[in-house]
Design a binder for this molecule. Structure first.
Ligand code: Q9C
Ligand code: ZN
Length: 341
């Protein structure tokens, strides 16, 4: 399988994540992608290619123009304002407050944030832009007839909404790839999100639509991030009714149970009649993940890939989360090798 990868991911190298009332070294760090790449080379998975540059237009098919402009300009505004640390909001437009974008940088951050652990830094936009191009290039490979491709995206994307960032995500790589497949002629695209966390941004982007099916297997949002979306009764709206499937699961879920949920999700994709499948590939379901509570073992990721392959659909894997950096390479590449076996 071919991997699409950009060195530009390193430009996202934040010093801080807001966690437990402290500013800690981020879980989402450059070594994550390097370890996955190292494993790809060790296992000789296939060629590693640079992305093409498709520009901003395909990003604007998913994201609000004001939000994209915010991501491009916020670091300059933050430093101009004289702040010393990395950019993060202090006030959020929650229930009954005005939903108007403020002029001052601190207010803009609150307006465009959906969670506040993720700081904005110099280079974040450039890395997020490159990550989206990695996703777009993978989609182009599927369009050209590849049966499978791996977009080694970093930073991840599934917590990015059309107009908000958070959860270590800025641009929604999987959503941008799905829309580009549709714009190149696919009639129906399915996104199956196997990251431990609910893909709240992806769900919201396609919630009213019948041409993109979204299926997510994740930790119950009553117990874990992103908390405010991902319940089983969220099934889509309007024309999109029936095209969203959430399968939340409790702490301690082992692969035996998780695999039953995968079977249900894959059956939903099969009945949908997708032309192509995008996997939001987080491996934070791993038993030793530092911020998650499922119990998958490294071998289970091979089985997962094999189960996905049985659908027989052109499949693009888009990297999302996974924070046990020592094992992220083995776990992610196991899914890809399981798919190809
Ligand atoms: N106590 C992705 O996996 N913070 N994002 C969790 C845990 C945010 C995860 C706090 C986790 C974001 C792409
Ligand atoms: Zn995750």
């Amino acid at each position: 399988m071919e991997t699409i990868f950009s060195e530009q991911h390193r430009l996202r190298d934040a010093k801080t994540e807001f966690f437990g009332g402290e500013l800690i070294a981020p879980h989402e760090k450059p070594s994550r992608a390097e370890y996955v790449l190292e494993r790809i080379k060790k296992r000789q998975l296939g060629p590693v290619s640079d992305p093409q540059d498709f520009g901003l237009d395909p990003i604007h098919t998913i994201h609000d123009a004001g939000f994209v402009n915010f991501l491009q300009t916020i670091w300059g505004e933050w430093t101009t304002a004289g702040f010393k640390g990395e950019a993060m909001p202090t006030a959020l437009p929650v229930r009954r407050m005005a939903q108007t974008c403020p002029n001052f940088v601190e207010g803009k951050l609150g307006f465009y944030a959906n969670s506040v652990e993720t700081s904005l830094t110099q280079g974040t936009w450039q890395a997020a832009y490159a990550s989206a191009q990695v996703a777009l290039t993978g989609a182009a490979r599927l369009q050209a007839g590849a049966p499978g491709v791996f977009s080694l995206c970093r930073p991840p994307g599934h917590h990015a909404f059309a107009d908000s960032y958070g959860g270590f995500c800025f641009l929604n790589n999987a959503a941008i790839a799905a829309q580009s497949l549709l714009d190149q002629g696919a009639a129906r695209v399915a996104i199956l999100d196997v990251d431990f966390h609910h893909g709240n941004g992806t769900q919201d982007i396609f919630y009213n639509r019948e041409d993109v099916l979204f299926v997510s297997l994740h930790g119950d949002p009553l117990e874990t991030f992103p908390y405010f979306l991902g319940h089983a009764d969220e099934t889509g709206k309007g024309a999109g009714e029936g095209y969203n499937l959430n399968i939340p699961m409790p702490a301690g879920t082992p692969f035996r149970i998780w695999r039953d949920a995968l079977r249900v999700g894959l059956e939903k994709v099969r009945n949908f009649g997708a032309d192509a499948l995008i996997i939001s590939l987080g491996v934070d379901t791993f038993e030793n993940d530092p911020i998650s509570f499922f119990k998958l073992k490294s071998d289970d990721f091979l089985t997962m890939g094999g189960d996905i392959a049985k659908l027989g659909l052109p499949t693009q894997f888009v990297m999302e989360g996974g924070y046990d950096v020592d094992e992220i390479g083995v776990n992610a590449v196991n899914v890809l090798e399981g798919f190809e076996q």
